[in-house]
Write a new protein. Structure first.
Length: 199
């Protein structure tokens, strides 16, 4: 079986939902522990599919320094931003998620992360959905990658990610009913708002 475009699109859509995003972080516990509140994980995470940032670029003009901005879509698939559930403010940790795309090889997948690093190695702010516009969306110095691959992804890609010490999880091509059951089992009795997913 090969990885189909629909597999990628389905995971992108699912991980846009905070419940599924938290279930993904459960598969890489160090990232789950970065949530500001494990008791209120649903209020601790903002998911941005195909995220957009505004870069602030300095430009010297004689003795004056003007600020130029450039808006661009990052080459990652999602950004997970941490939010303090009490103070409703954005925290410093940011996780960029890279889902394997059909036809990608190791260098393609790795370059998406490298290009993201280059773009975010300057002053930037996130363009947030309307409901989060009140948050200060300044960028952070704590940017972490997480890669999602499928069992059918070429084995050399998993080998390469492991060799580069980059965290990844292996996902079966998604089937919604099985996914909901897995999230419920993974919750360990914690209320993650899974009932809000619908059928």
């Amino acid at each position: 079986m090969t990885v189909k475009p629909s597999h990628y699109e389905t995971l992108l859509a699912e991980y846009s939902n905070r419940d599924a995003a938290i279930a993904l972080l459960r598969q890489h516990r160090p990232y789950l522990e970065m949530l500001p509140s494990l008791r209120r994980p649903y209020e601790s995470l903002i998911t941005l599919p195909l995220p957009v940032v505004r870069l602030r670029l300095p430009q010297s003009e004689g003795s004056l320094t003007a600020r130029l901005t450039q808006t661009l879509t990052l080459p990652c698939d999602l950004a997970f931003l941490m939010c303090d559930p009490e103070w409703k403010i954005k925290m410093g940790v940011e996780i960029l998620v890279f889902i394997y795309r059909p036809g990608e090889d190791f260098s393609d997948l790795l370059l998406r992360w490298r290009h993201s690093q280059v773009h975010l190695d300057q002053d930037y702010e996130w363009l947030l959905p309307h409901r989060y516009e009140h948050l200060i969306a300044e960028g952070s110095e704590q940017i972490h990658p997480l890669f999602v691959v499928f069992p059918e992804t070429p084995e050399r890609i998993q080998r390469g990610l492991a060799g580069a010490s980059l965290p990844y999880v292996v996902r079966q091509p998604p089937q919604v009913n099985e996914e909901i059951a897995q999230w419920e089992l993974a919750s360990d009795g914690e209320d993650l708002g899974i009932e809000g997913l619908g059928s």
